[in-house]
Design a protein around this ligand. Structure first.
Ligand code: SF4
Length: 469
């Protein structure tokens, strides 16, 4: 299945939420998942624990409001649960890959949901299968569950989870529910975000703070890299599964994925993007009549560029909000058509104008080319493209689907060549240095811009790219 969202060629993998001891957990998880919908549209699900400590699950393929309704939410009674929205990268689509995964086990039932990508999944899967594990799905999220089950002889489940996490390499944010606890775990590199909030007498944990806000939870703190937060009737307890800790937050969370109203490690996403627009002007000024942002994720950067340059910001492109999911094949022709349906130039605004066109990234270049051609057809005089991120030269192995190495236009072409290929009058990208400065951090994953990966890359990664690199 392909979706109309595919036009960008850049996708987050998933979003997770967990709620502990909050009335009507299923409704709160529903609204939380709704606010995380931008992180995955292929499927979603939730598991809620009832008063008898039984775990009940509903999941399905589709958007949150397609999978759930009032009747289904009422069936999931309880005050504690976890939820997930999925974008199918690793492991592909299909209902069996929709999370949370629920396991019945003599050591106690448990369910888990995951955001990210485990880079040593192939090695771990082989090790587990050689030791008798049978997988229900092709998703590597299930690997943690099998590692937990493998150590079932141990009584202390928290220790079992710490041991299991120590075997995983890569990017992950896991939430796990058992008969009496919620666990929230974040990888030791700090690649994927996970925040904790409080609501009434309970807790909420989510991939983005916008999910806390929507259900009225108050932000408490982030789960730290390498930390496992355990929530039960004693409150919050914290464990480190690893002493190795870094803060390599994915730069794309700030640039593209997260909602502008979310704060990622205490930096607001809208503020970050606005500042990136300002820096972009300082690094690459241009004389023009109007600044136009590509909706929606580039609008904050366009406002920043406009404010810094004193060139007026204009709504030169309109997004069609009612273009939904589509079951089209991902051919180039249909992708072009999808862009046409999704974005329309405002002729009366762009005709005869010299435009600074702000976008958040260039992946394949096909979207930029199409937008520029649409703006020219609508009468734009000059189009100067400014990109609020550096050139993408390497694929992501940490759960972001951004096309193969072969398809990345900047992996094979200089800025000048890309400028010609997309038909712009000029083109500039934000520097990596500015990217880190804007987020006020000396550590940040910028591997897709630099080719320098913060983790070791295992065989599955090399095999996926052996023909390309
Ligand atoms: S490689 Fe790029 S997209 Fe992937 S985690 Fe790093 S910054 Fe994010």
């Amino acid at each position: 299945m392909s979706s109309i969202f595919d036009v960008k060629g850049l996708h987050e993998e998933c979003g997770v939420i967990a709620i502990y001891n909050v009335n009507h957990a299923s409704e709160n998880i529903y609204y939380g998942l709704h606010s995380l919908q931008h992180r995955g549209q292929e499927g979603c699900g939730m598991v809620v624990r009832n008063d008898n400590n039984e775990l009940n699950r509903i999941k399905g393929e589709g958007l949150v409001n397609e999978v759930f309704n009032k009747d289904k939410l009422n069936r999931l009674e309880g005050k504690t649960g976890i939820g997930h929205v999925r974008y199918a990268t690793q492991g592909g689509g299909g209902i069996e890959n929709v999370q949370p995964f629920l396991f019945h086990h003599h050591g106690g039932d448990f369910a888990l949901a995951h955001n990210g990508n485990i880079v040593n999944s192939k090695e771990l899967r082989k090790y587990l299968e050689d030791n008798g594990s049978i997988f229900q799905s092709t998703s590597d999220s299930e690997i943690l569950a099998h590692l937990i089950k493998k150590d079932s002889a141990e009584v202390n489940r928290t220790q079992v989870i710490l041991n299991a996490l120590n075997m995983l390499e890569g990017a992950f944010a896991f939430v796990i529910i058992t008969k009496d606890k919620i666990y929230a775990c974040r990888d030791k590199y700090g690649l994927r975000p996970l925040s904790i909030g409080t609501k009434d007498d309970g807790y909420v944990i989510a991939s983005e703070t916008c999910a806390l806000d929507i259900i009225g939870a108050k932000y408490l703190r982030d789960v730290n890299p390498g930390e496992v937060v355990v929530i039960d009737s004693n409150g919050i307890t914290s464990f480190d599964y690893s002493r190795y800790k870094h803060h390599y937050m994915c730069a794309m969370e700030y640039i593209y994925f997260s909602r502008p109203d979310s704060d990622i490690e205490n930096v607001n996403v809208h503020a970050f993007r606005k500042e990136s627009g300002k820096r972009l002007f300082e690094e690459s000024p241009v004389d023009a009549d109007i600044v136009v942002g590509v909706p929606d994720s580039s609008l904050s950067a366009a406002i920043g560029y406009s404010e810094a340059s004193h060139i007026p910001y204009e709504m030169g492109l309109i997004k069609n909000k009612y273009v939904g999911r589509s079951f089209i094949e991902p051919s180039q022709e249909l992708r072009d058509q999808a862009v046409r349906m999704k974005l329309s130039p405002v002729r009366s605004i762009v005709t005869g104008k010299r435009i600074v066109l702000i976008d958040d990234s260039i992946v394949r270049g096909t979207t930029s080319k199409r937008i520029i051609s649409q703006l020219r057809e609508a009468g734009a005089k000059e189009i100067h493209v400014r990109i609020a991120s550096p050139q993408i030269i390497s694929p992501c192995f940490y759960g972001v689907d951004m096309s193969t190495y072969d398809e990345l236009i900047s992996a094979h072409h200089s800025c000048e060549e890309v400028c010609k290929m997309i038909g712009a009058d000029s083109l500039s990208f934000l520097s990596v240095k500015s990217l880190k400065e804007i987020a006020h951090r000396h550590e940040m994953c910028t591997a897709c811009f630099t080719g320098k990966y913060p983790t070791e890359l295992y065989s599955s990664v090399y095999e996926a790219n052996k023909d390309n690199k």
